[in-house]
Design a protein around this ligand. Structure first.
Ligand code: CDM
Ligand code: ATP
Length: 289
């Protein structure tokens, strides 16, 4: 039976400006998304079993039907052009509630994989529109390239930011996105910028001060990381990151990270590792034919 293995990477928000709020409560924002080479690993195998979708292992604390992987598979089910089921295995490495989009990435990777294995033949735009129903961060992972994002994060324009090494730091807490977006002290009136300025300006993250006030662990980790340079928050946190020109420098700071926090040295990627692996798999299928 056919199978497909794909990485499901994390993203960073290089800056995050909140420029307004829509009537449905969602926030209008401007951000630059970049992928990093820290990822969950997913394996999809076509089955002829009665149970259409199975997942192993299940993610602790996330009921099967609430899992964004299962929700994404259910969204594609009506478009199947064969009568096969799918068994999905996941090696979960990305922390949840970290602002690095792990759940959204898993959902997008599932849409991209099943579009192939179930021969749905949907264009990326349709997959992104389906994915948006699951979360504002899903479209960027379907799009697969670094982007300047507007709207609620789904209007995407390709950009090519530098690809430095990053030290990614996860304070010992999870930050629920909804809590930050509903905080009364959140600044929602940052003036909109033009895309031509997106990579030139030193953007900020409007969520940072709210997250630091509510989560002392993030505040402490931010102050620690700031000793070494311009520390930033990704998304609504909890993760923080700092860019380095050299991997050695990043590793030196990582070696000093207090044991209570998780840390990774990684590289910024302007093309998603999922898309790289998927394109290789598609090419190999053509060679086999
Ligand atoms: C903070 C970011 O990670 C930046 O990339 C995203 O905007 C969040 O994306 P996400 O986690 O996929 O968010 P969703 O699952 O769609 O929404 C979680 C909650 O955050 C709030 N939310 C999210 C995105 C947005 N642009 N405005 C919002 O107000 C909504 O109250 C929503 O109930
Ligand atoms: N496959 C999944 N992986 C991780 N979380 C999932 C998954 N499916 C559902 N969830 C739920 O989504 C919540 C957010 O997880 P996620 O890893 O996307 O956090 P995040 O990085 O803060 O997201 P974002 O940056 O998109 O706000 C989790 O607490 C969990 O309840």
């Amino acid at each position: 039976m056919t199978s497909l293995a794909l990485p499901s990477p994390a993203k960073l928000n290089l800056f995050l400006h909140i420029t307004g709020q829509r009537e449905d409560g969602y926030h209008e924002l401007q951000t630059v998304f970049q992928f990093i080479d820290v990822a969950d690993h997913m394996h999809f195998s076509v089955t002829d079993s009665d149970s259409l979708i199975s997942l192993s292992p299940e993610i602790p604390g996330v009921p099967f039907e609430h899992n964004l992987i299962v929700k994404a598979a259910r969204l594609l089910e009506p478009y199947r052009s064969n009568n096969t089921g799918i068994h999905i295995e996941i090696d979960k490495c990305l922390p949840m509630g970290g602002g690095i989009g792990g759940g959204s990435s898993n959902a997008a990777t599932t849409l991209l994989a099943l579009n192939q294995l179930w021969q749905c033949h949907l264009p990326l735009e349709t997959l992104a529109a389906l994915g948006k129903q699951l979360g504002a961060d899903v479209p960027i992972f379907v799009f697969g390239h670094s982007a300047f994002a507007e709207g609620i994060g789904e209007k995407l324009s390709k950009v090519e930011p530098e690809t430095p090494f990053y030290l990614l730091l996860k304070p010992n807490c999870e930050v629920p996105t909804g809590q930050i977006f509903t905080d009364k002290y959140l600044t929602r009136d940052t003036p909109a910028i033009r895309i031509s300025h997106a990579l030139k300006l030193e953007g900020h993250n409007d969520c940072l001060e709210v997250v630091r006030r509510l989560y002392s662990e993030v505040d402490e980790a931010f102050l620690w990381l700031q000793q070494f340079g311009d520390a930033k928050l990704t998304g609504t946190g909890a993760c923080l990151f700092l860019a380095f020109d050299s991997i050695d420098e990043a590793n030196r700071v990582k070696a000093a990270v207090p044991d209570k926090w998780q840390a990774w040295v990684c590289r910024g990627c302007n093309t998603s590792p999922t898309h790289n692996a998927l394109n290789q798999w598609i090419a190999s299928q053509h060679t086999e034919c």
